[in-house]
Design a protein around this ligand. Structure first.
Ligand SMILES: C[S@@+](CC[C@H](N)C(=O)[O-])C[C@H]1O[C@@H](n2cnc3c(N)ncnc32)[C@H](O)[C@@H]1O
Length: 267
C-alpha cells in the first residue's frame, strides 16, 4: 500500500540549467547500477509480449539517459525471440554513453543525436515507445501529453519504473550515499567528475536528491490507469511486477492500439 502522497518536486539532472557534466555523471551512474543489479530483468518478458502483440519491430526509447537497462535487456529480449531495432533518444542526450552502448550492442541500435522530447516525438521516429525510470519526471498533465503523443504516432508504449512511492524504496535510495565509491569507476573516466565528487560533492548530492525525489514522484498503477481512462481505443494494463530478491516492485504501464491486437490475432 502506498501511504506517501505524490510530490512533484524537481529533480536537478533534468533541469535545463544543470551542467552537462553533472547530468551525464548521474545518468552514467544510473546505467551502471541498472547494468550491475539488472532491476529491469522482470520487464523483459512483459515487453517481449507487448512487442509481439503490437506487431512493432522498432523500439524508440525515450529519456534514455546513459542507456539505462538496455545493455542487458536487449539480449534478454532476443532470447525470448523478439529482436527489435532500438533507437535511443533523450531531451538531453548523453551522447558519449549512448554511442558506447551502441558500440557494445551492434547495428540494431541507433542513437538519435537531436534532443527528443517525450511529449513531441517526431513522426520519423515510428515504432513502439519505451520509458525506463523516466515517466515519473512528468507532472500529470505532462504525463498525459506523453501518452497522447504516443497514441498519435506510436505502435505502442511501455513505461517501467524501478522507483516506488514507499518507505522501503526511500530507504533503499539511501544507498546513493555510496556514490563516491562508484564515480572513479564510471566510464569514460573523466577528471572533472572527481572534482565534482570529492572536492565539491555536487554529483553525490544530486544523485541522492534525485533518487529520493524520483520515488516521491512515481505513479501508482491506479494513478497510471487514471491517466489513460479516456484513451479507450487502446488496450492498457498497469500493474506492479514483483521481484523475488528485492522488496520493491517495478511498476509498469503498457498500451497499444486495439487494432494491433486484431491484426496480430488474424495472423
Ligand atoms: C532518471 S533518467 C533515466 C535514464 C534511463 N532511462 C535509465 O533508466 O537509466 C531520466 C531521463 O529522462 C530525460 N528526460 C527528462 N525530461 C524529458 C523529456 N521531456 N523528454 C525526454 N527525456 C526527458 C532526462 O534527460 C534523463 O536522461
Amino acid at each position: 500500500m502506498t501511504l506517501i502522497p505524490r510530490l512533484q518536486l524537481i529533480e536537478v539532472h533534468d533541469q535545463p540549467w544543470c551542467p552537462r557534466g553533472v547530468r551525464d555523471a548521474v545518468t552514467d551512474l544510473l546505467q551502471a547500477v541498472l547494468t550491475l543489479v539488472h532491476h529491469y530483468g522482470v520487464a523483459a518478458p512483459v515487453l517481449s509480449s507487448a512487442l509481439r502483440r503490437s506487431g512493432a519491430t522498432t523500439v524508440v526509447d525515450l529519456g534514455s539517459g546513459g542507456g539505462g537497462p538496455w545493455l542487458r535487456l536487449l539480449p534478454e529480449l532476443a532470447a525470448t525471440g523478439v529482436a527489435p531495432d532500438l533507437v535511443l533518444t533523450d531531451k538531453y542526450p548523453n551522447a558519449d554513453a549512448l554511442n558506447r552502448l551502441r558500440a557494445s550492442l551492434g547495428n540494431r541500435v541507433r542513437v538519435e543525436a537531436a534532443p527528443i522530447d517525450a511529449a513531441a516525438v517526431p513522426t520519423r521516429l515510428g515504432g513502439f515507445r519505451t520509458l525506463f525510470t523516466t515517466f515519473h519526471h512528468f507532472s500529470p498533465p505532462a504525463a498525459a501529453a506523453v501518452l497522447r503523443d504516443a497514441q498519435r504516432g506510436a505502435e505502442g508504449i511501455a513505461v517501467f519504473e524501478v522507483t516506488h512511492r514507499s518507505l522501503a524504496a526511500l530507504a533503499l535510495m539511501l544507498g546513493f550515499v555510496l556514490t563516491p565509491l562508484a564515480v572513479p569507476f564510471l566510464r569514460p573516466f573523466r577528471w572533472d567528475r572527481l572534482l565534482w565528487t570529492f572536492v565539491v560533492p555536487v554529483v553525490p548530492l544530486v544523485a541522492l536528491w534525485d533518487a529520493i525525489v524520483s520515488c516521491l514522484r512515481t505513479y501508482t498503477p491506479d494513478e497510471l490507469r487514471a491517466l489513460v481512462r479516456d484513451a479507450d481505443d487502446w488496450d492498457w494494463e498497469a500493474r506492479e511486477l514483483p521481484r523475488r530478491w528485492w522488496p520493491v516492485p517495478v511498476t509498469c504501464l503498457i498500451g497499444y492500439p486495439k487494432s494491433a491486437k486484431e491484426r496480430t490475432m488474424g495472423r
